[in-house]
Design a protein around this ligand. Sequence first.
Ligand code: LLP
Length: 425
Amino acid sequence: MLTTPTFSTVRSEISGLCIKDLVSEFGTPLYVYDQSVIDKRIDDLSAFDRIRYAQKANSNLAILDRMRRKGVVVDAVSAGEIRRAMAAGFSTDPTKHEIIYTADIFDHEALKLVLEHHLPVNCGSPDMIGQIGSQRPGAEITLRINPGFGHGHSQKTNTGGEQSKHGIWHEQVDQCLIDADHHGLMVSGLHMHIGSGTDLEHLSAVCESMEKTALKVGRTLRTISAGGGLPVPYKSDETYVDLDQYFALWDATRNRLGETFGHRLDLEIEPGRYLSAEAGFLIAEVRSVKKVGKNLFALVDAGFNDMARPVMYGAHHPISVCGAKGDVSSRESVDVIIGGPLCESGDIFTQREGGFVESRSLPMPFVGDFITIENAGAYGFVMASNYNSKTRAAEVLIENGKAKLIRQRETFDDLIRGEQIPEIG
Ligand code: LLP
C-alpha cells in the first residue's frame, strides 16, 4: 500500500523545475501538472481491465491526450465533455467504448451527440431508458444504480442514498429492466459510484450490492464498473486505500458473477481524483501581508475563482511557501490565514466546512513570495470561474523535465466574448 507523503511547508521546485522560473515564464496564478505523477497513478490501477478516467476532475485536452496514450478511456457527463474527448483523439467507434456518456439526464445537445456518434450510454435515471430507447431501439445500455447508501469527503460529494439525485434507485431495477425490454435495449453493464473521496469500508460495501443487482439483470451483463471515489491524502493523517485489497474484493465479485453467467465479465474503475489530484499545483504570488486584530493574513493573487474546493467543501490542501529571494527554510514559522483577491469574505484557502477561517503554520511569507496550493490537479482548474471578472489562470504540463503551456491565460477579450450592448429602443 502506498504510504502517505510528507507535506512540507517549504517548496522551491516542482518536478525539478524552479517555481521562480516557472513564474517568470508563465506568470501567476498558474496551474502546473507533473505528468510523471499521473503516469504512476495510472500504473497503480493496472489490475483493472479498464481505467475510465472521470474527466470532470481535470479535462484539459493535453491531460486527456496523455491519458489516452497510456490506454486509459474516458467518461463524459455533458456534450462539452463528449466534444473534449473527441478533440483529444478518443475514438467514437461503438465497439471500442472509449467514450461513455454517463449522466442523470440527457440535455438536448448531449442526446443529439450521443445519437450522432453512436456513443454508449450509462443511464443514471429511469427516464433516460425511454429517451434513448425510442431513438435507438436494440442498442446496448448500462445502468448506474444508487445502491441505497453513499459516502464522500463532504455531504456535497456523497452520491448514494435517498438524499442523492444520482443513479437509478436500487428498488427500481426490475421496472427499468422491463422498460429496457420494451425498447429492445440490452443491459450489458452495471455501474455504481457512491461518492467522491470515500474510504475502503464504504467502497467495499458496493461489491455486495453490485452482486445482488447483477443477478437480477442476468446473463446479458458484460461489464461491471466500480465507479470512482478513491481518495488521496490531503493531510499527513490521511491514507490511500489499499488497492490490492480493493481490487481483490471486486475481482472476487466479478469472478463469482462470471461463474454464474458462464462468461467472463470486464471490471472497470472510474477514478477522477486518484489520477490527477496529486499531479497538480496552483502557484500564486503573495500581494499583501497584514494583521487584522490577532490574525495574520497573507493575500495572494489566486482566489476561489481559481480553486473552489476550500470555499465549497472546507477542503484542506497542503500549502507551501517559496521565497522570492532565497530559501525560506530558516524563516520563523507563523500562524497565517491564506486568502485571495476576491471581494467576498469566503475567499480563503485555509478554512473548514461552514466557512470558519483557520490559520496554517507556515514559514513567514512576505510580499513577492510564492504560495503553492498542492494536490490541486483534481477539481481545481475545472471548477474555476470568472467571478469578479477575473480571467482564468494558465495551465502548464511538466513532462520529461520540460514545462509546456497547455492552456493560455485568459484575456479581457475572452472574458467579454459573447456579451453585447443592445441598442436602446
Ligand atoms: N464517476 C462518477 C459517476 C462521478 O460522479 C464522479 C465524481 C467520479 C466517477 C469521479 O470521482 P472521484 O474518483 O474523482 O472521486 N468537486 C468535488 C468532487 C465531485 C465529484 C463528482 N463526481 C471535489 O472537489 O471534491
